[in-house]
Structures are given as C-alpha cells and as structure tokens.
Design a protein around this ligand. Structure first.
Ligand code: UD1
Length: 430
C-alpha cells in the first residue's frame, strides 16, 4: 500500500497547472459510447477513476486508443455487451453514467451498484426515478442495476434533491429518447454544463444546463466529435487552500476563475489575497488566517468536495469557526486524524466546531476518502515534523501526480510503496 511521507513547515510557492475535471470526464467518457463513430476527448485527467471508466468501456467491446496521456479516441461502434461487471467498476461512483449511456443507446443496460467514497448514504433513487420516468423498467438484482425499455420517451422529471449524478445520468439517457424531457431542480455544477456541451457537440439537443431547468429534445442518433474537458474546479481549489494553509504564494493555472468564486470568496474572507486573471488564480497568504462560518451547498454554493480542505485551514486560523455539511451526512471522518495532529475540532451531527490552534504536529494517519485525503496532505504540509499518510490510493483516484505537483511548489512530500521505504524516507525528509 502506497503512503506519503511529508515534512511540513515550508510555504508552497510557485505555479501549478490544473488538469481536466475528473467528474466531467467520467460523464463525458461514458456518453462518448453513445455513437458508433469515434469521439476524440482531450484533457482527460490521468487518475484511477477515469482509467477504470475507460477499462469498463473496453470490457464490453468498446475501443479506447490512448493518443497521449490526456487524450483518447473512444468508440462505441464495436460494443457487443450491455452488461458491465469488472471488479474495479464496482468501486467507483460514476459507473452509473454507463447505465444512462447504454440505456439511451441500446435501451438495455446492466451495471453494478455504484461504490465510491464512503461519505454518507449516497442513494441513487433519483437516477432510478428519472430513468423509469423515461419508460425504462429498472430492477436491482444480485448487486446489479438492470434497466431495459422497449423505447425511451421524453418526460417531465422533478428531482426531489439536487443531484449532480442523477441530473447528468438522466440528461445522457434522455438525449436519445423520443420527444422532449424537462429536468426540474437540476444540478448546476460546471461539470453538468460540460457533459451537456459534449452531448450537444455529438448532435444532442440540450438547453438550459447550468440553470435548474434543463430541456432536452431527444434525437435518434449521435455522431462523433472532438472535445476538450474543462479544468478541475476541485483540484484547483485544493491547491488554492494548500497555498493558504502553508502561508504560501501559488498561482493556479489553467482554471476558469468563475467556477472558483465561492472558494476565492471564502479565502479572501479569512485573510488571503486572491488575484484573478483570465485563466489563473493567485493565492497569497502572509499571516495567520481568520475564523469564519461555512455551509456546503450545491453549485454555486461552497462545494462539499472542498469541505475537508477549508476545515484544515480553519483548524489553524484565529478564533472559533463553524463548518456545516449539508450534502453528505458522513463527511467528517477525517477529523479524528486532524485531532491526532493537534487540531481542536468537535463534530456534532453535520457540524464541525473548530477552535483554531496556532500549530499542529506530524503524526501517522490515514486517508479515509479522496477529498479528505487531499486535505490531510495539506495539513501535513503545514504541520511541524513528519507525517505518514496511509491509503493514498484514495487520493490517487482523483488527483493526478498530486505529490509531484506539491513537490514542484517546494513541498517536502515523498511517495513510498512499502513500510521499509517509509522508514528510509522518514530519515531523508527529516
Ligand atoms: C457527485 C460527485 C462528488 C460530489 C457530489 C456533490 C461525481 C462522480 N461525484 O457525486 O464528488 O461530492 O457530486 O457535489 O461526480 N442523492 C439522493 N438520491 C440520488 C442521488 C443523490 O438522495 O439518487 C443525494 C445524495 O445522497 C447526496 C445529495 O443527493 O446527499 C447529492 O448527491 P449527488 O449530487 O448525486 O452526488 P454524486 O453524484 O454521488
């Protein structure tokens, strides 16, 4: 099991290039199989979740040609099977997009119940409700979601909760349904818009993505296209907070500043300077940060995927802060690890009450999930002494070359692949 060995205490300084948005890529890769033509998809982040999605497509006969590290030619023309059952696909959340894509194209799909980070119940009832409304019969049997339809027909669907996954999934399937679909109370995240733009480039007719009402006129077939995925809002936000927590000066390049507004606003509120240009954001922190209150909300609110990172910043800020998690009910598991490092945080239900401390110290900890894992790395970079973080595979699911990018900014972080290596690296970094 790979581990990070980190010595904290150096401010991060320099420039970092942000990759393509993982959560957009997962929807786009799945949607690309809805045509028999070839889709050229650029700016795919090279992370475990996208690798698993591409392998799943190959497992049912689709072809994936890796043009370079971030570009693939994907074709669904040779798909022979609508049942996906690879060992790894069970572990990722976005496997559900293959349900929408296969059902939309072939009117039949079987995919495993989704896995993903253990951050709460993560029901899929809105996905099933949406696909059923389009006329599919959907059953859960032996751990698989099995969906089938004679024909898919457009419908008026009101989402009971704002769900990124259900919005994208229903949008994918409805793009090839007969007639009009309206999705109300839709999610507005940038990746919802990106998947809609990609589908439109393939010949779909989707309007309103980015607002809470999406209108889709189904088309009988889609065609090949070329598409560049948007930058990853959460990877960018993570580096912005890494600069803030280490009292650094980092220019985060290749971003859409508009997508980062809620993150930039909180950083400014707690005392950082944030300077925006066309496609970059520079974050400078020169002194101890201030306390605040924050509640996670669907876009354009403060993202739940940035909740652990802001908690780390507030753990080291002046005064008492409150973080309320309103999207997932079990997203504070990493707090125990931060407390081991000397943070003073109490969790009551979906709220963390944080008494900012002046400093934290290195410890042996483990990453409980993707975003919390990244936040613990940031904490370790700000801590006094050495931290060893186990289970970094979670972090590698969503961050490409995370430790290399941090190293290039001056962070002292090494990747170890055995306990023996950890011992050696501990000596090296200290
Ligand atoms: C996606 C992201 C994840 C992010 C989350 C919220 C991917 C692969 N993952 O996850 O990184 O944290 O959006 O921005 O893109 N819900 C239901 N029924 C459903 C679907 C969702 O009750 O059918 C609830 C969930 O339990 C949760 C809330 O709705 O409380 C939001 O979930 P959703 O937006 O669907 O998150 P995911 O698509 O799983």
């Amino acid at each position: 099991m790979e581990q990070y060995v980190i010595r904290g205490g150096s401010p991060l300084v320099g420039e970092v290039e942000i990759g393509g948005a993982k959560n957009a890529a997962l929807g786009i890769i799945a949607a690309s199989i809805m045509t028999d033509d070839v889709c050229l998809v650029e700016n795919i982040p090279d992370v475990r979740d996208t690798d698993v999605m591409l392998q799943a497509i190959e497992s049912i006969g689709g072809t994936v040609e890796h043009v370079d590290r971030h570009t693939c030619r994907i074709s669904g023309g040779s798909i022979t099977d609508q049942r996906i059952d690879t060992e790894y696909i069970k572990k990722i959340r976005a496997s559900y997009y293959l349900l929408g894509a296969l059902l939309g194209k072939y009117k039949k799909a079987e995919v495993p119940m989704p896995g993903g980070c253990n951050i709460g119940l993560r029901s899929i009832d809105q996905h099933l409700k949406g696909l059923s409304a389009l006329g599919a019969s959907v059953k859960i049997q032996h751990g698989m979601i099995c969906a089938e339809a004679e024909a898919l027909t457009g419908a008026h669907i009101y989402m009971d909760v704002v769900s990124v996954g259900a919005t994208i999934n229903v949008m994918i399937a409805a793009s090839m349904a007969e007639g009009k679909t309206i999705i109300e109370n839709a999610a507005k995240e940038p990746h919802v818009v990106d998947v809609a733009n990609f589908l439109n480039r393939m010949g779909a007719n989707i309007r309103g993505a980015g607002t809470d009402v999406i209108r889709i006129k189904g088309v009988p077939s889609l065609h090949g296209s070329e598409y560049m995925i948007i930058p990853d809002q959460i990877e960018a936000g993570t580096f912005m907070f890494a600069a803030a927590v280490t009292k650094g000066d980092v220019t985060v390049k290749n971003v859409v500043p508009k997508h980062l507004e809620s993150i930039s606003a909180k950083l400014q509120e707690i005392g950082c300077q944030v300077m925006e240009s066309d496609d970059a954001v520079r974050v400078v922190a020169t002194k101890r940060l201030n306390h605040t209150q924050v509640k996670t909300l669907p876009y354009p609110g403060f993202p739940t995927d940035m909740q652990p990172q802001i908690t780390v910043a507030l753990a080291l800020s002046k005064g008492t802060s409150i973080v309320t998690e309103s999207i997932f009910e079990n997203r504070f598991k990493y707090v125990d690890e931060l407390v081991k490092m000397g943070a003073s945080i109490k969790v009551e239900g979906n709220t963390a009450i944080i008494d900012g401390v002046e400093g934290i110290t290195g410890a042996d900890i483990s990453a409980p999930d993707l975003r919390a894992g990244a936040a613990l790395v940031i904490a370790a970079l700000a801590a006094e002494g050495v931290t060893v973080i186990e289970d970094v595979a979670y972090i590698q699911r969503g961050y490409e070359d995370f430790h290399l990018k941090l190293k290039a900014l001056g962070g002292s972080i090494e990747l170890a692949d055995s306990d023996r290596e950890v011992k050696k690296l501990k000596l090296k970094v200290s």
